[in-house]
Design a protein around this ligand. Structure first.
Ligand code: GTP
Ligand code: MG
Length: 98
């Protein structure tokens, strides 16, 4: 079995989680959390006024393309605060590995 991976990245609220969930053949793994006032002024809700949750870690889905090929989909967080936290964590991890 061969597997391929696609990372679905993009800005806040553009539809990453919706896309992964729409095409996945399995119930997608999601990590939605309710947004707080901490994102006020950072994340633009004007295009998605009814949005109340955001991805805090990742989305994950799977699509079997043929009997020998499976596609794994990974959705990233889009919220500025989450991206900043992930970059800080990645940098700290890299420094501690030196
Ligand atoms: N009109 C339209 N709306 C969509 C489409 N896909 C998603 N939406 C809506 O747009 C919003 C996007 O929400 P999410 O799928 O959570 O977006 P996201 O990019 O994962 O958001 P974050 O993880 O918070 O960055 C939801 O309200 C969806 O119902 C689309 O193709 N067309
Ligand atoms: Mg999302």
């Amino acid at each position: 079995m061969t597997s391929v991976k696609i990372v679905v990245a993009g800005g806040f609220g553009v539809g990453k989680t919706t896309f992964v969930g729409s095409v996945s053949e399995i119930t997608p793994l999601t990590t939605e959390a309710v947004m707080t006032a901490a994102s006020t002024g950072l994340d633009d809700l004007s295009q998605v006024p009814d949005k109340t949750t955001t991805t805090v870690a990742m989305d994950f889905g799977r699509v079997t393309l043929d009997e020998g090929l499976v596609l794994y989909l990974f959705g990233t967080p889009g919220q500025h605060l989450t991206l900043i936290a992930l970059v800080q964590h990645a940098m700290a991890t890299q420094l501690s590995m030196r």
